[in-house]
Design a protein around this ligand. Structure first.
Ligand SMILES: Cc1ncc(COP(=O)(O)O)c(C=O)c1O
Length: 368
């Protein structure tokens, strides 16, 4: 019988459909659960963004501004780049997909350092490309090993800095040396979804690298620092030529009206940004201290999330904590079956996570 879809699609595994929290709570007979599983901003959306949405609601009968004029104008001022070097997407996920649709032929290879954001593999496989995964070294991206894996078939390299799920970051100098070695016809995607959380100022930053490689594309998002994950909006910057090619592939109305307005306003919300950074940095320090006291190893992070090594298996702990209404992420699907990933929550959420974890550990010690 003739195959229904393209071969590459046959081989894909669907993203596991999560249930809405309300439905999960109903099934488990619990309420007031907390979610620390998706690296979201725990304090809510930027209030200036919310106001901007309310102000634009009446214009929803109109299509969005396909050029994202005001958002790009604001970004252009902040980044110091002309608008022609900026592209806006329906989340940075869309920009990853756009890059692959713009540059990848089915026979091409893409290199990533693994574990990393699982979406790269999914999109590359879906496009019929071949993903080459280079293992991390002590939770860090091994740029020498990534360089060594480049072949004439390599079309693209995906670098997530800081890296999800490890939270570790590459230095500016090592990234500069790496880029100098990458062949000029290989596209380098630098996904900086979490860069604003980094406290180490010496880490790599696409803005400082934007002229070091002709096909470097840096991507950022409003989903994390600005608390707008539900709206779906992100941006990228690259050379004018690269942005021009990506714009040819992009759907004209890919970024919706409310998302554009909210993102533009959020960029002015200094109070919200500084409150978010305080919550994340204070939360990390608190959680690290408590985990030290409990003797649990963790991977220090430059982001709003981090990995914790647990003695009873991550999947088992995930299920145990879910029953108590604490939603964490097992790293088994990232090839790290003894690790969980949590994002920093509100102070009371961090406390509740630790209490639930302690209970689970005690239970495990009595019945391993
Ligand atoms: C590394 C990385 N890149 C991109 C994204 C997605 O960002 P967006 O919500 O802008 O699509 C995430 C979200 O979890 C992420 O972890």
């Amino acid at each position: 019988m003739r195959r229904l879809t393209r071969q590459a699609i046959e081989d894909l595994v669907p993203y596991p459909p999560g249930k809405p929290i309300e439905e999960l709570e109903r099934e488990l007979g619990i309420s007031g659960s907390i979610k620390l599983a998706s690296n979201e901003n725990p304090i809510g959306p930027s209030p200036l963004a919310v106001q901007a949405i309310l102000d634009r609601v009446d214009s929803l009968n109109r299509y969005p501004d396909g050029s994202c004029y005001y958002l790009k104008k604001k970004l252009s001022g902040i980044l110091g780049l002309p608008q022609s070097r900026i592209i806006v997407g329906n989340g940075s996920n869309e920009l990853i997909e756009l890059t692959i649709r713009t540059f990848l032929e089915p026979e091409h290879e893409v290199i990533q350092a693994f574990p990393t954001f699982l979406v790269y593999q999914k999109i590359v496989s879906g496009a019929g490309g071949r993903m080459i995964s280079i293992p991390l070294s002590e939770f860090r991206i091994d740029l020498d090993a990534v360089s060594a894996a480049v072949t004439p078939q390599t079309k693209m390299i995906m670098i997530n800095n800081p890296n999800n799920p490890t939270g570790t970051a590459l230095g500016l100098d090592e990234m500069r040396d790496f880029l100098a070695d990458v062949p000029q016809d290989v596209v380098v995607v630098l996904d900086e979804a979490y860069i604003e959380f980094a406290s180490d100022e010496s880490i790599a930053n696409g803005l400082l690298l934007s002229d070091t490689h002709p096909l470097l594309i840096t991507m950022r998002t409003f989903s994390k620092l600005y608390g707008l994950a539900g709206l779906r909006i992100g941006y990228g910057f690259a050379s004018e030529e690269v942005v021009d090619y990506m714009n040819r592939v992009r759907q004209p109305f890919n970024a919706n009206t409310l998302a554009q307005a909210a993102a533009t306003a959020a960029l002015d919300d200094r109070e919200f940004v500084s409150r978010t950074l305080d919550v994340v940095r204070d939360g990390l320090a608190y959680l690290y201290g408590q985990l030290d006291d409990m003797g649990l190893p963790y991977v220090p992070s430059q982001t709003n999330f981090f990995l914790i090594k647990v003695p009873m298996g991550a999947d088992r702990l995930f299920k145990r904590m879910l029953r108590e209404g604490v939603i964490i992420r097992s790293m088994a699907s990232f090839g790290l079956p003894d690790y969980i990933r949590i994002n920093v929550g509100l102070p009371e959420e961090n406390k509740r996570f630790l209490l639930t974890l302690k209970d689970a550990l005690e239970e495990f010690e009595s019945t391993p």
